[in-house]
Write a protein that binds this ligand. Structure first.
Ligand code: UD1
Length: 368
């Protein structure tokens, strides 16, 4: 069997690493020739900065991509179109049996569209998540990808229900668990033995970690200004560490917000971090404030209180069974106070978030 694995943007890299490891493990001891999986790795180049891309390959042990389409940043239409043009050539040359895409970024949708039109089967890892908010580019990517893919690998039961409601044939849906947790487990010792937080003067359990990059939070200057002001006020009560995504940094610089934020010294702005350092910050935090998807899951798994500054989440299991809460900007300070007083949601184990998702995906691929 020959597959192409696609990755394009930062959150994709954490999802392909365990998959590649599981395939390599399968291939070192195939029970017969039929159970070998040959893979070609395609990086679309949607993310290209060293600290948004290369660092993850080296620390997560991902081999160098066989192809890098080098598409870079552009409008959604141009970026998607460029990925499609580049990926079609790769598919023509490589003639895979399957294309495996992960997550919900533009690269996920673009490569799915190319593959299915060429008659190549597609497997989607992290299928079925829905925010029911079509203003999110990721929601459009999820809807298109899931409508077209042949195998839908879901991380949680709610995802299965979403797909069934949309009329997806039950046989296509494979509940395999959350592949991000495989990465966490794979890297747990490295994460726990690091001390990123100390190198920036923080003490365990006595600071909060912040990430913010969604268009709904950072593209509107008045919303971004309000976020920066509220974070500065929170930092007067409890120190905050904020590794800043490039798109957020760009907007903050445009709007003249960077210098005002760092002023008190209790709000530390950093460049984007590698995976181990970032997760080390997270696991030692008192709480996390974010608008990311994956961080809602990672905090739930690690039992760290998480406030998600969004109106909705495509990952409701992190609220019903995890430590996540949706939070309007106006509630943020009150919620932080609650957390500091020890009023936090208690998470419980989530089904199949056990570090063995990639193994299950490989098994399903071999059976198809
Ligand atoms: C993308 C994904 C989003 C994911 C996020 C994680 C889509 C639609 N969005 O959003 O789901 O949560 O990645 O990071 O696919 N930039 C750089 N260097 C880089 C990459 C980006 O400076 O390596 C800057 C550029 O100014 C670019 C902007 O960030 O225009 C946005 O990048 P883009 O890939 O369009 O989307 P993200 O906001 O990163």
């Amino acid at each position: 069997m020959k597959i192409i694995i696609v990755a394009g943007a930062r959150p994709n890299f954490m999802k392909i690493a365990p998959l590649i490891r599981a395939i390599d493990r399968n291939n070192t001891n195939p029970t017969q020739d039929l159970t070998r999986i040959d893979y070609v790795l395609v990086h679309t180049g949607q993310h290209y900065d060293i600290d948004m891309s290369d660092v993850f390959f080296s620390e997560l042990g991902i081999p160098a991509p066989d192809f890098n389409l080098g598409v870079g940043s552009a409008s959604h239409a141009v970026q998607t179109a460029n990925i499609m043009i580049g990926f079609e050539k790769v598919c023509l040359d490589e003639k895979p049996d399957w294309v495996v895409v992960v997550g919900d970024v533009n690269s996920t949708m673009a490569c799915t569209l190319v593959a299915v039109k060429m008659g190549i089967k597609v497997g989607h890892v992290e299928a079925g998540l829905r925010s029911y908010d079509r203003q999110m580019p990721e929601e459009i990517n999820r809807l298109v990808t899931d409508a077209l893919a042949d195998l839908l690998f879901t991380p949680s039961r709610d995802a299965d229900e979403n797909l069934l409601r949309e009329g997806v044939a039950p046989g296509k849906i494979k509940f395999v668990g959350n592949i991000m947790i495989d990465t966490l487990e794979m890297m747990r010792t490295a994460i726990e033995s690091q001390s990123m937080y100390r190198s920036i003067g923080m003490e365990p359990g006595r600071y909060g970690t912040v990430t913010m990059h969604r268009p709904c939070n950072v593209d509107n200057p008045s919303v971004l200004k309000m976020i920066c002001e509220i974070l500065s006020e929170i930092a007067e009560v409890v120190p905050l560490v904020f590794p800043v995504h490039p798109r957020t940094r760009q907007k903050m610089e445009q709007d003249g917000l960077v210098s005002a934020m760092g002023k008190g010294g209790n709000l530390v702005l950093l460049d984007p971090l590698n995976y181990i350092s970032f997760m080390n910050l997270v696991v030692n935090s008192r709480f996390v404030i974010t608008d990311s998807g994956g961080i809602q899951e990672e905090t739930s798994y690690m039992g760290i209180p998480c406030l998600t500054v969004r109106e909705n989440t495509e990952r409701p299991v992190t609220i019903t069974s995890g430590t996540n809460q949706l939070c309007e900007l106006a509630q943020l300070k009150r919620k932080i106070n609650e957390i500091l007083q020890g009023r936090v949601p208690q998470g419980k184990d989530i089904e199949l978030w056990d570090g063995r998702t990639a193994e299950r995906i490989v098994k399903v691929l071999l059976e198809c």
